[in-house]
Design a protein around this ligand. Structure first.
Ligand SMILES: [Zn+2]
Ligand SMILES: [Zn+2]
Ligand SMILES: [Zn+2]
Length: 340
């Protein structure tokens, strides 16, 4: 009889183990099925029961990102970008249809005309989105030569793209900088000039000034707002970040303008890190992941293209969105707050 008791006891233990395993399986299954629980999963400290936690939430090792960013900065030192943004429609169409060889030849002719010789010699060019052209050269001397070229002679309206470096000033009284004056270049010019004069810095040339939030409509009670001031050089912008900027004899702290540290989702393909105007991927519906625009969707159930969960692609609790947010937070934490 004692053997029978033992068997009984073992059987009970097995049954208990089986039910435990089922409970674990159920929990795992639910965490896969319910998109909402993802956010909870993400917020929770890690538990052994969640094998997805490791794969979905840990950002890629920061080292690799650092190296990539460093490489990009290095490469940029020997590169110029020519923009077709102000080119004539005809020139834009020409550029769109042109082969790399044709563009290289035309650019080389413009270089020869400016320097009286084929210096630097172009091996080729990169054709970027929106028909911009990137030229990479061997040295900073060559780069200086390229900056003197009149690119207009290559394609009508083609110009050298000059990067701008923005700083943000918060809480600026509207009486100092009226926002409606910032809407056109002509009306913002006197403001830019006044700021340049009020600061003793000789090189302080302001390229542009605009509200931080483009569609900001101040109501009557609004007394101040945030503005972005752009400079032509990283050096000047960094100096302003270090020292601040005077407006009407009041010193305002300035911080680096970093639009790259905001989650950007493309309206066309729903991917991250680029805008629809520059997107070359296939269109994807933000509701059902189908190959049609979100506005024309007739599906009744949502299926996220990023993670497959049943929510829209822009759902802030989507694990893919959360992953992108963490990646960007990490980048911004590693940023010095200066341009150089
Ligand atoms: Zn896209
Ligand atoms: Zn759809
Ligand atoms: Zn999702």
């Amino acid at each position: 009889m004692r053997t029978a008791d033992k068997l009984q006891e073992q059987e009970t233990r097995f049954a208990k183990m089986e039910s435990d395993i089922n409970a674990i399986k159920q929990a795992l299954f639910q965490s896969l099925q319910e998109p909402k629980s993802w956010a909870q999963v993400v917020r929770k400290p890690s538990t052994k029961l969640d094998p997805h936690e490791a794969s979905h939430t840990s950002p890629p090792p920061p080292k690799r990102q650092h190296i990539r960013a460093e490489l990009r900065r290095e490469r940029a030192k020997h590169q110029i970008t020519l923009t077709a943004a102000n080119a004539s429609e005809e020139a834009k169409a020409q550029l769109a249809a042109a082969t790399h060889e044709e563009i290289t030849n035309r650019c080389q002719n413009a270089i020869n005309a400016a320097n009286g010789e084929a210096l630097p010699p172009l091996r080729g060019v990169q054709k970027l989105k929106s028909n911009d052209i990137r030229i990479t050269c061997e040295s900073s001397e060559e780069l200086d030569k390229l900056k003197q070229v009149n690119w207009n002679t290559a394609y009508d309206g083609l110009t050298l793209h000059k990067p701008k470096f923005g700083v943000v000033l918060h809480d600026v009284p509207l009486q100092f900088v009226p926002l409606d004056a910032l809407s056109t270049r002509d009306t913002s010019k006197p403001i830019m000039k006044r700021i340049e004069e009020q600061n003793s810095d000789d090189d302080l040339a302001i390229a542009q000034i605009r509200p931080l939030r483009r569609n900001f409509k101040p109501i009557e009670a609004t007394k101040s707002s945030s503005i972005v001031i752009f400079f032509y050089s990283a050096e000047v912008a960094d100096r302003v970040i270090r020292k601040g900027l005077y407006l009407n004899h009041r010193l305002f702290p300035a911080i680096r303008y970093t639009p790259q540290f905001k989650v950007t989702q493309c309206y066309k393909c729903r991917g991250f890190g680029h805008h629809a105007v520059r997107c070359r991927r296939k269109e994807a519906c933000g509701r059902c992941s189908g190959e049609h625009s979100t506005g024309t969707c007739t599906e009744t159930t949502d299926k996220c293209i990023g993670c497959g969960g049943n929510h829209v692609a822009w759902h802030p609790e989507c694990p893919r969105w959360q992953e992108e947010k963490r990646r960007i937070e990490e980048l911004s934490q590693n940023s010095s707050g200066l341009f150089q």
